[in-house]
Design a protein. Structure first.
Length: 284
């Protein structure tokens, strides 16, 4: 115990020094990179009166973009949660030819420019594309529809779920499954009652990351969406359109609504994740 701690017994001693300096750097960096830019959005939108603000963010065209952007993002994150878990399970639990290649391809949406992804998906799912030509006789149109938006958001979000769940699966002890089987549990009961509760916090984290990426996605969506007002127009495109028209206050007003919605939904997901971790006894 140091002399200062001896004369001030209420002061907590830390094993690692430099906590104050590290916290200061963290707060300064967070303020410069996140808090100040986000505050500027609120300050710029504050130049509008309440009537002007609600007229902009509540117009039918803008509300239609909210429904598409947030609805498609939630649905894409849910799809990625299911199939991302299946991909992670296959990569961890099984050995098969081409496993290393598939594992590397999972990260492709991270490295691929979003515009390239959008052009590639449009070429594949257009009416004369490889996949689109097969779906057209069935009456299924993907490109230039809300379904195309969903396909693009699923494409860019799947790595978040796989890479979040995969390490937990690798660390999961197979003895737990063997113990459940020895007690008479079938495969479904073993998965739902033993494995899934352990994976659930990581799965929710991957879901939240995929949702957050999908909400703000622009490059890979605008090519395949068609950008038809009231049909396949996303909120980031509305913001870009207002900026090109030099309507900075209107663009920041829409951005504020999008920011608040995103924060509330991510907060709800994080609270659910914390509740799940507490329930399964895996608090950090």
């Amino acid at each position: 115990m140091t002399i200062a701690a001896y004369f001030n017994p209420t002061r907590q001693t830390r094993v690692l020094p430099g906590f104050g300096l590290a916290l200061g750097y963290t707060l300064v960096y967070l303020s410069l990179m996140v808090l100040i830019p986000l505050s500027a959005v609120f300050f710029k939108s504050a130049t509008l009166s309440w009537g002007e603000f609600w007229a902009i963010v509540g117009s039918p065209r803008v509300v239609a973009t909210y429904r598409l952007s947030f609805g498609a993002s939630l649905l894409a994150a849910a799809v990625n949660a299911v199939f991302g878990l299946a991909l992670a399970w296959a990569l961890v639990r099984y050995s098969f030819p081409g496993k290393k290649l598939i594992d590397a391809l999972i990260d492709l949406p991270f490295a691929l420019p979003t515009a390239v992804a959008g052009i590639s998906l449009t070429a594949l799912y257009a009416g004369n594309g490889w996949i689109g030509s097969l779906l057209a006789p069935l009456g299924i149109k993907v490109a230039f529809t809300p379904l195309g938006v969903l396909v693009a958001l699923v494409f860019i979000g799947v790595p978040f779920v796989v890479r979040t769940v995969q390490p937990i699966l690798e660390d999961l002890e197979t003895e737990l499954e063997e113990a459940a089987a020895s007690l008479g549990a079938d495969r479904r009961q073993t998965f739902t009652r033993v494995i899934l509760p352990i994976l659930l916090p990581a799965l929710l984290t991957g879901f939240a990351l995929a949702f957050a990426r999908a909400v703000g996605e622009y490059g890979s969506v605008i090519f395949i969406a068609g950008n038809i007002p009231m049909v396949s127009e996303i909120t980031p495109l509305i913001i870009i359109t207002k900026l090109e028209q030099y309507d900075y206050a209107g663009a920041t007003a829409v951005a504020v609504v999008m920011l608040v919605f995103s924060f509330c939904m991510l907060l709800a997901i994080n609270l659910l994740q914390a509740w799940s971790a507490k329930r399964t006894g895996r608090n950090r």
